[in-house]
Design a protein around this ligand. Structure first.
Ligand code: 5AD
Ligand code: SF4
Length: 440
């Protein structure tokens, strides 16, 4: 009987991509992936540490699945990813349920560690690496639509944003060999995929120095775009201090490079940006947005914002709101600052904005962004967009759902269209999250 592994993924897109690498490694070792947690002999939870509430959710999940261990004495549970890296042995010592703890750079060791756990010992490997990119591993795709997929192009992060735990849990930045990236993209296209999202913590610092080629991110992006004009290419995440005009021109030049940039601002206030160690000013951020608007006029923009970072005053907060208004972002992810142990902010600054003020500022920010997002969708009414069909709409089998190049979700009557097809859609109306139209 084959052994079954169930994997649950929390956190960012990078974790989704990592889970596919993990399943590939375990498949080679004789494990079969399952969607049914109850039939699994091995449960892995791929975790996130970005904010305290991300970790609390995972603790809650561990408690919720504890009954499975009572039903099956041989069941092994592993915590992998960022929280494994952050808490290390502590996880095993404090939680009787956990048998295996594996950090993001040690997934190749999983078969050995699982075997160790099966022989009755607790197993831990949280070593970070300077080289590991899993470049030779073909991820086992676990997406539901077979149309869009993530491709990891680098790992780790060398920026030292004062609030951020990522450099500590994912280690130093390293880029993946471009040949292996292009091979993976070509295979995806051959298997019917029509969209790839290139992933890195800071894609703009992608760098490959081989004996024949030296490549930056814009070179890589162009090569991926040239794989096939029918393949859409997205990427995430850009950094305002590093996003170059060369990259913007590359995006403008290729129709199949999606016209959407996620450019986290984090704050609109100069003193806060400085304390955050973001290495750009409000004016610097605005200059990059203006460059995007000039070079790629049809480009959509999204951002991340943090409210209540150390020392943030009402005035700083107003600066964030005014930047958001000025930027007119199509979408924004907004968070309350959460102190992460070991980061520069935790070591050096006081988390001095009271919780109720953080919450009030966040609510104000969210309601402002809702208005801005609504405006951005209304603007699209009457326009025609090319939509890549991803599948049926969640609400009804009579409607298909897909996205525009600008990353906006569009729903329209199914007709005879199939997933993976490009359809021209005239936008007729919108809801708070979706554009609605008809094919033309
Ligand atoms: N508290 C709140 N938000 C954070 N982010 C990163 N670290 C923290 C933290 N300590 C946010 C940033 C980042 C996004 C992925 O998560 O906005 O861009
Ligand atoms: Fe992703 Fe950061 Fe969360 Fe790790 S801590 S899963 S890198 S968001």
């Amino acid at each position: 009987m084959s052994k079954k592994v169930y994997i649950e993924t929390y956190g960012c897109q990078m974790n989704v991509a990592d889970s596919e690498v993990v399943v590939s490694i375990l498949s080679e070792a004789g494990y079969e992936p399952t969607d049914n947690i109850k039939e699994a002999g091995l449960i892995l939870i791929n975790t996130c540490s970005i904010r305290d509430n991300a970790e609390q959710r995972i603790w809650g999940r561990l408690t919720a699945i504890s009954y499975l261990k009572k039903q099956n004495k041989d069941l092994k549970i592993g915590i992998i990813g960022c929280m494994a890296e952050r808490l290390k042995e502590k996880l095993i010592e404090t939680d009787q349920l956990v048998d295996i703890v594996v950090g993001p750079d040690a997934y190749r060791e999983l078969p050995l560690l699982v075997a160790e756990a099966e022989s009755g010992h607790k197993a831990v490997n949280v070593l970070l690496s300077r080289e590991e990119t899993y470049s030779d591993i073909s991820p086992v795709r676990m997406d539901k639509n077979g149309v869009s997929s993530f491709v990891s192009i680098m790992r780790g992060c060398n920026n030292m944003c004062a609030y951020c735990v990522v450099p500590y849990v994912r280690g130093a930045e390293r880029s993946r060999n471009p040949e292996s990236i292009l091979k993976e993209v070509k295979e995806l296209f051959a298997h019917g995929y029509r969209e790839v999202t290139l992933l890195g913590q800071n894609v703009d610092s992608y760098k490959w120095e081989g004996n024949k080629v030296n490549m930056g991110f814009h070179d890589l992006l162009e090569k991926v775009a040239l794989v096939n004009p029918l393949l859409r290419v997205r990427f995430s995440t850009s950094h305002p201090k590093d996003i170059s005009d060369e990259l913007l021109h590359t995006i403008a030049r290729h129709e199949n490079i999606c016209k959407h940039i996620h450019l986290p601002a984090q704050s609109g206030s100069n003193p806060i940006l400085k304390l955050m160690n973001r290495e750009y000013s409000r004016e610097g951020y605005m200059e990059r947005v203006s460059a995007i608007r000039t070079i790629i006029p049809e480009c959509s923009l999204s951002t991340d914002m943090i409210t209540g970072f150390c020392t943030e005053t009402d005035e700083d907060h107003k600066e964030s709101l005014s930047l958001m208004e000025w930027g007119g972002f199509d979408f924004a992810y907004m968070f309350k600052y959460s102190e992460r142990p070991g980061t520069k902010a935790a070591r050096k600054y006081k988390d001095d904005v009271p919780e109720n003020i953080k919450s009030a500022r966040l609510s104000e920010m969210i309601s402002l962004q809702n208005k801005i997002s609504a405006k951005s969708k209304k603007k699209d009414i009457g326009m025609v967009f090319v939509v890549l069909v991803e599948g049926f709409s969640k609400r009804s089998g009579e409607f298909l759902s897909g996205r525009t190049s600008q990353n906006k979700v569009v729903v329209f009557p199914s007709g005879n269209y199939q997933r993976g097809e490009y359809v021209k859609v005239l936008i007729e109306k919108c809801t708070s999250a979706t554009l609605i139209g008809k094919s033309i």
